[in-house]
Design a protein around this ligand. Structure first.
Ligand code: ZN
Length: 333
């Protein structure tokens, strides 16, 4: 397996040879010869190495709706890449074979990956499937090569990163889908992380002008109650009521074996969210009216969706509403 050694950013070296990784809020203290929780960053003779740099485990061209991004070049495709490893440990992980580092990977130089992003019909490159931010250095090196070609950079992320590296990413990416998984208790008991850094990072990304959409996976019996949904929605409406929210149906996976989210819970969550947010969608399952984009000024259907089949029927030039001409929070060029 080819590997080039890249020194990790956001490392604090200590006199005893331990490295404190300050990339994510876990802040792993990594002894010589050890590796961080993410399985990527490792200490070699007192230097933190960005292990996994360029090790690609999955590469495909997907509908952009699959990320999910519904308001960013709707109906287009995007080259999508992933690796092994994650900095959270969600019991219900829907991609655990990658998160736990079980998939075969192959070396790709940033230039090689950037070239893949020009695949037919692709608007750019999405870092997705596993948690991309643990690939920090590789993302920065690759994104730099996308920009001159007019290609977009997208992150599908848990948003669990320290403030400074997150600011840096927000300066170079165009769009992000960020998981906001539940309340703080949910984070602590189900994911091994904390809510506060995630909320902060959503707020920062929105302020930085990154196109942000939020996903909330409703896990049966844990965070699918009305109270939890209301708390998420109240907060997100305060960030911006125009931020798209994807309520996603959970299916039993990995270490959590409850039945799939009941439909009535999804319907209830959709109603709660739509009372305060303009663009709420239901993912992983078809619900009547759960996939279409309707203008928040006049209610006209701007984008129809059936599965991953997307029809942009009601948008005017520049992404305004085709019926009333009102500005919509949709990026099309
Ligand atoms: Zn309208």
């Amino acid at each position: 397996m080819k590997e080039i050694k890249v020194e990790a950013r956001y490392s604090q070296q200590r006199d005893d040879g331990t490295c404190l990784c300050v990339l994510c809020p876990r802040r792993c203290a990594i002894a010589r010869g050890g590796q961080g929780f993410c399985g990527h960053r490792r200490n070699e003779d007192g230097t933190l190495i960005a292990g996994g740099y360029g090790q690609v485990a999955a590469l495909a061209v997907d509908p952009i709706e699959k990320k999910p991004l519904y308001h960013f070049y709707p109906g287009s495709k995007i080259a999508s890449v992933g690796a092994n490893g994650c900095n959270l440990a969600c019991k219900f992980c829907q991609n655990w074979h990658l998160a736990e580092g079980r998939a075969r990977s192959e070396w790709m130089a940033p230039a090689e990956l950037a070239a893949q992003a020009r695949a037919e019909g692709s608007v750019g490159l999405a870092f997705t499937y596993n948690e991309p931010t643990i690939w920090f250095e590789y993302i920065l090196d690759t994104v730099e090569l996308l920009k001159p070609r007019g290609l977009k950079a997208v992150l599908v992320t848990n948003g669990y990163l320290e403030a400074e590296p997150w600011d840096e990413l927000c300066g170079v990416i165009d769009a992000a889908n960020i998981d906001v998984k539940g309340d703080d208790d949910f984070y602590r008991t189900m994911t091994g992380g904390r809510l506060a850094p995630v909320r902060r990072n959503v707020e920062v990304a929105v302020r930085a002008g990154v196109h942000v959409e939020v996903t909330n996976l409703l896990v049966t019996g844990v965070n699918d109650g009305a109270e939890q949904v209301r708390e998420l929605v109240d907060w997100l409406a305060g960030v911006s009521p125009l931020t798209p929210l994807h309520l996603s149906r959970y299916f039993p996976q990995h270490k959590y074996d409850a039945p799939a989210t009941p439909m009535e819970r999804l319907t209830e969550a959709l109603q709660i969210a739509r009372a305060k947010l303009h663009y709420v969608y239901v993912g992983n399952v078809a619900i009547e009216g759960g996939g279409a984009t309707r203008c928040h000024h006049c209610g006209h259907e701007a984008i129809a969706r059936r599965g991953y089949l997307t029809r942009v029927t009601g948008l005017g030039p520049g992404g305004v509403c085709g019926a009333c001409g009102g500005d919509l929070p949709i990026i099309i060029d």
